[in-house]
Design a protein around this ligand. Structure first.
Ligand code: CTP
Ligand code: ZN
Length: 153
């Protein structure tokens, strides 16, 4: 039997792996990854080694900041970030959920002051089993992660 790779290896850059299925597109929107000119390959609902499905993003010639890694954790706490150097995985980072996240997520409460005042949004994060809860610093309302539909420009 021939071993096949569904998405080809990259020479230099970053692979965001083991993304919760359905979250790759949100990660791309959140990080604004289509705004720059890096070549990117996206795999959706790929069958992983350990049977479950995953999304995956490969970005050529780009690294991610620690802050971007934390942002990814909000959408996909099980993701792994692999830095690729000359075809080798030079570093593997398991993302971890930050305590709060600022300036990235739009508050789902349209009456929130963050819509009318020029302030950065700020949410406090809490993981409860499989769900991530976010509490807005400004309107003090709590949301489920999936209530967030928009990302700050
Ligand atoms: N990868 C890549 N290009 C390379 C090297 C690796 O696109 N030159 C990708 C692999 O396809 C994989 C991810 O980077 O999706 C991590 O690679 P590796 O650590 O070799 O794979 P695994 O051992 O399967 O990783 P894990 O244990 O995190 O599942
Ligand atoms: Zn709010």
């Amino acid at each position: 039997m021939t071993k096949t790779v569904s998405v080809s290896a990259i020479k230099q850059g970053t692979v965001i792996d083991h993304i919760t299925p359905g979250q790759a597109v949100n990660i791309i929107r959140m990080l604004g990854l289509t705004n720059d000119q890096h070549q990117m390959t996206v795999g959706l609902n790929l069958k992983g080694k350990r049977t479950s499905f995953k999304d995956l993003i490969k970005i050529e010639n780009r690294t991610l900041s620690d802050f971007e890694a934390q942002e990814i954790a909000v959408l996909s706490p099980g993701a792994t970030i692999n830095l690729i150097d000359d075809y080798n995985v030079s570093k593997k980072i398991k993302v971890s959920l930050p305590n709060d996240i600022s300036g990235i997520l739009v508050c789902p409460n349209t009456n929130c002051v963050t819509y009318s005042e020029p302030v950065k949004t700020l949410f406090y994060l809490q993981q409860q089993k499989d769900t991530i809860r976010l509490t807005c610093r400004y309107c003090e309302k709590a949301f489920k992660r999936d209530d967030i539909k928009e990302y700050c420009a």
